[in-house]
Design a protein around this ligand. Structure first.
Ligand code: ZN
Length: 219
């Protein structure tokens, strides 16, 4: 949905995201759990903005397409149009949020094995639940922030963003070079180890440092 993101103060942000740029396998232990290696450069894919929805849910998962996996991620919200990578510094980030990169894992694996692009495994409506956006000042050390997710009170993911293979500045640089970024665009920075399935009726809690967000799966 082309709508402005909800901010931590309950209001709406000034810009609607044109797209969500995501990076694959940006934490080594997560690449390993997918029986895969870390790419030699940041590897991006796009989620359409129809993926954005409220982190709290209740989330409507696709049916009949195999398991839906959670990937908890630090999201950057871009504050100004970027075309020149040299201008894409940390000051271009207007805010931070916790987001889920929901993934149809069997669909992805099947397409990957056949050598086809697997974007459709990440692009269904509602595939990017996002929590209210924190102003940039709220996160003192974005490159050393704890993110995590518990499902039905069991912690599944819990790591520091310090473990990113390609750091935030590199992602901003390369994403700007690849796509150009608009004010309001969202950049997901990859998920730590511990991805797993979400099922109808599950409850979950995500965290970004001291900020906690509850949600649930419908059905
Ligand atoms: Zn991801």
């Amino acid at each position: 949905m082309l709508t402005n993101l909800v901010m931590a103060d309950g209001g709406r942000g000034p810009f609607a995201p044109s797209k969500i740029v995501c990076v694959a396998k940006n934490y080594a232990a997560h690449a390993a759990e997918l029986a895969s290696s870390v790419p030699t450069q940041p590897t991006f894919f796009i989620k359409p903005n129809s993926c954005l929805c409220d982190f709290a849910g209740p989330l409507a998962l696709p049916t009949g397409r195999g398991p839906v996996h959670h990937e908890i991620e630090l999201a950057l919200v871009i504050g100004r149009r970027l075309r020149d990578p040299a201008q894409a510094g940390m000051d271009a980030v207007a805010g931070y949020a916790l987001a889920l990169d929901l993934t149809l894992r069997a669909v992805q694996n099947d397409l990957r094995e056949q050598g086809y692009p697997w974007e459709v495994s990440k692009a269904f409506p509602g595939a990017c639940p996002i929590a209210p956006v924190l102003p940039r000042e709220a996160l003192a050390e974005p490159q050393n922030a704890r993110i995590g997710l518990a499902v039905n009170d069991e912690t599944r993911q819990n790591d520091s963003t310090a473990l990113m293979v390609y750091d935030i500045e590199r992602l901003l640089y390369d994403a700007t070079a690849a796509f150009g970024l608009e004010a309001g665009d969202v950049l997901l920075t990859g998920t730590p180890v511990g991805v797993g399935e979400l099922r109808p009726g599950d409850r979950y809690t995500g965290w970004l440092e001291e900020h906690r967000y509850d949600g649930s799966i419908g059905g």
